[in-house]
Design a protein around this ligand. Structure first.
Ligand code: NAP
Ligand code: MG
Length: 487
């Protein structure tokens, strides 16, 4: 095995994306009934740029009174023109929103990066185009619901309350809003406290698209605002993406109600490298699986299982690849790993890294200069990790990989499934039969073969076990916003 080389001695010149064209207000109100509406308690909070610590804008802090106004507006729109509109007409609005997103893609990508800290390359190439695709895909279904569900009568549910996290703010808003509108529902959506800006810009875009007032309402705020949506008596469905802890709370509060519920929660995905895998590709897949978006990914491949006889080769190549990752200014087009979304999340990740060391894990981090200000975490890998170690058990939601080895396929199936989560997994092998043997045995909603972190609006996404229930995307995701009755 060759000796580990130090970091490569070449560097790209900085290639920062300019944010000068971006048009952001100093202060944002709620978007209720098609109008910008100040918060009833006059209270605002600040959204900052996690790469600089600088304030970007003030954002309305939603109270139960604001949620009440938003639900009223959504109900009125549902009972009014939107509820009566044909699927064909609804589809036109969705196409228009999709096209406007494409036209303004650059602006949205820059705001996503400023507000959340993710590399501009990802926001530009993944988040924004995929969000547009979700609107295009669902636009196509709006007038074909009877074909989507043959021999069944379809009816919208009514008003959907939607609560989303900070890791894919714009994409999650699209995942939630597009299927709800295609199926004829109206929406009250709450973005996360640290990343509200692209949802608010989406409200502007929705107004430009001429969507009838009240069909989409955006209320900003923290957890209490989300709870006010969950507990509102005139909402027909809650769609939640976030942590398992909050998902459980929501499930409890809805237990005695007739509200429909879908939960997209946390994960602790196994990424499995068999000894016949194409190792170079697999190493890229490992990097993409855990270091993509700073590991702020519910389906991140945070547990790596390597077959024992290729362990040395995989680890040598992985560490060399980690040495070449560029951590820093998220607006720079060369950056691979941007800023950690918040100080609180950085502290959580650091706590897990300490716990991993205490549990006897061997840590490796490349050496690299980090910017003086902002929230940063080096890509981190732990070997010598016990199955019982906290870093192999709990979701870290940061760029921290826990590596274990295995000898046989039954052994890795048992280890991979030994988790309360079941959102995603990956398998790398040269043989289709081995891939299918494993993918069938893994308890995960999505299993990737020889790739990782691939998403498509046509493919249902969702979890098993404590990763939640219900699906988003594809026909399953559409059904989650409909009452279906056999005719
Ligand atoms: P979180 O704390 O559960 O927050 C998610 C959203 O819920 C935020 O908008 C949050 O508001 C709001 N919220 C907080 N407490 C609430 C309550 N009691 N009632 C109603 N809403 C409440 O999760 P997070 O830390 O932001 O996001 C990371 C988690 O999301 C990870 O566990 C990750 O795995 C999961 N996730 C899952 C998927 C998936 O598809 N399965 C996708 C992405 C992320 P504030 O943030 O404003 O406080
Ligand atoms: Mg922010």
């Amino acid at each position: 095995m060759p000796k580990k080389k130090s970091a490569p001695d070449w560097n790209y010149a900085p290639a920062p994306e300019s944010s000068s064209q971006v048009n952001l207000a100093k202060r944002y109100d709620h978007f209720i009934g098609g109008k910008w509406t100040p918060p009833s308690n006059q209270s605002y909070f600040t959204s900052t740029n996690p790469a600089t610590g600088k304030k970007i804008a003030e954002v309305a802090d939603g109270s139960p009174t604001d949620v009440e106004a938003a639900v009223k507006a959504a109900r009125a729109a549902y009972k009014g023109s939107w509820g009566k509109m044909s699927g064909r007409e609804r589809g036109k609005y969705l196409y228009r929103i999709a096209r406007l997103i494409q036209e303004r893609a650059r602006e949205f990508a820059i705001i996503e990066t400023l507000d959340g800290g993710k590399p501009i390359r990802e926001a530009r190439d993944i988040d924004i185009p995929l969000a547009a695709n979700h609107f295009f895909y669902h636009a196509g279904w709006a007038d074909k619901l009877d074909y989507a569900f043959p021999n069944q009568k379809t009816a919208p549910l009514g008003v959907a309350g939607q609560i989303i996290p900070w890791n894919f703010p714009f994409l999650m808003a699209a995942w939630k809003i597009a299927p709800a509108l295609a199926t004829g529902n109206t929406v009250v959506l709450k973005p996360a406290e640290t990343t509200p800006l692209t949802a608010l810009k989406l409200a502007e875009l929705i107004a430009d698209a001429g969507l009838p007032d009240g069909v989409v309402n955006i209320v900003t705020g923290a957890g209490e605002t989300g709870a006010a949506i969950v507990n509102h008596g005139d909402i027909d469905k809650i769609a939640f993406t976030g942590s398992t802890a909050v998902g459980k709370l929501i499930q409890k509060s809805l237990a005695h109600t007739e509200k429909r519920l879908t939960l997209e929660l946390g994960g602790k995905a196994a990424n499995i490298i068999l000894d016949d895998a194409p190792i170079d590709q697999a190493v890229e897949g490992i990097v993409n699986g855990i270091y993509f978006n700073q590991g702020h990914v519910c389906c991140a491949g945070s547990r790596l299982f390597v077959q024992e006889n290729v362990f040395d080769e995989v680890m040598w190549k992985l560490k060399r690849r980690m040495d070449s990752l560029i951590v820093g200014d998220p607006l720079d087009k060369n950056t691979d790993i941007g800023a950690i979304n918040s100080k609180a999340q950085l502290k959580t990740i650091q706590r897990y890294i300490k716990a991993g060391i205490k549990d006897g894990g061997e840590i490796y981090q490349p050496s690299c200069d980090l910017p003086a200000k902002g929230n940063w975490c080096l890509p981190t890998v732990f070997t010598n990790v016990a199955q019982s170690s906290i870093i192999a058990q709990e979701e870290i939601f940061g760029p921290v990989l826990a590596v274990q080895t295995f000898r046989t396929v039954p052994e890795v199936i048992e280890k991979a499934n030994n988790t309360p989560y079941g959102l995603s997994a990956g398998v790398w092998s040269d043989k289709g039969a081995r891939l299918f043997q494993l993918t069938k045995s893994l308890q995960a909603g999505v299993v990737w073969g020889n790739t990782f972190n691939q998403f498509d609006p046509t493919s249902p996404f969702g979890g098993f076990k404590e990763s939640g229930y219900g699906r988003e995307g594809g026909l399953h995701g559409l059904a989650a916003y409909l009452n279906l009755e056999f005719s």
